[in-house]
Ligand binder design. Sequence first.
Ligand code: IPM
Ligand code: MG
Length: 385
Amino acid sequence: MAHKIVLLAGDGTGPEVMREGVKVLRAAADAYGISFDLLPYPCGGEYYLKTGDEWPKEAFPSCKTADAILLGAVGHPDARLPNGDLAGANVLFGLRFGLDLYANVRPVKLYPGVRHKLHDEFKQVWKPNLVDFVVVRENTEGLYTPARGTLSRGGTDELAVDSRVVTRKGSERVIRFAFELAVRRGGAPKDRKHRVTCVDKSNVLAGDRLWRAVYDEVAAKYPGVERDYAYIDAFTQWIVRSPEAYDVAVAPNEFGDIATDLAAVLQGGMGIAAGGNIGDKHAMFEPIHGSTPKYAGQDKVDPIAMILAVQMMLDWLGTRKSDAKLVAAAKGVEAAVAGVLAEGKVLTYDLGGTAKCSEVGTAVAKRVVASDARPMSTKRRARGA
Ligand code: IPM
Ligand code: MG
């Protein structure tokens, strides 16, 4: 039976990277004998400017009945809702909140050959085999709880409040998700120990004292996984100094948001960083970069984050449906990406290359086809969930 996948390409460079993601998905379908039913819907700020809606009425119900969802990016500089919010954000939050996608899973893995643009030079800064951890970001509460407002008293008395909500249930389920992920992974590169780092600001915030207490309760049920604690401020320097010490880190929503943009630098930049928004019944996968309006329509940006989002989707779907073909296809896509990166010939500008977005997509897709004939490595570690 065909797996039903909703495609929300969105704004700016979203449609360009989505095209390449779909190219690779189709290549994987051919190579591994899988059938997909692809359902595209327009959405985002540009769609809002045209229609007054952020997505068509039928899109969300379709997402609810889909096997998985792929999202490109939302956000257009001119598209604002009457209240000033970015138009299109309700697509992202509509899915995260509406489908209860409580775990935002963001692998931070540096593939061999990937160089970074630091100090205006492209170099390989970190050692690839020493950067391989996953940040699990709480995705339905924290500072993103839509309990906020402004009080316009005029002049200097104007006031705005955002409520930061941390619940026992919300903390418990995402922390358990992180421990389950750690059990399945191969441990931190440094010592191969399974470890879950509890990221918070419990030295100051009441919500995070609850978060940490729940972490300790959950951790007690996983004696094989080492406990580790980091305040968010310190965490940002430690992951840069000693990324090899990390296996899985679990963080409240807003801290996970910030830490994963920083962590993306460790893996080659936002052009490579993918994420999965995962709940008990539904999941949506996306590159974590935005819609990059300044590069829209130029076939320029890196599609690898989107392609790795496809890879995470295949792995999640395969694991959920106990479907070996899907799991093998996920491994095949990852091997194809790793192959293109290691070869270093077809790379976009962000990685020091001159290739177009579509050329990178084609290069990866070609390797997915070829990888069908190769014996599959069973040692390769699964990315993400
Ligand atoms: C992300 C993004 C979003 C977020 C924005 C676009 C609302 O930064 O997915 O990390 O803050 O969650
Ligand atoms: Mg972010």
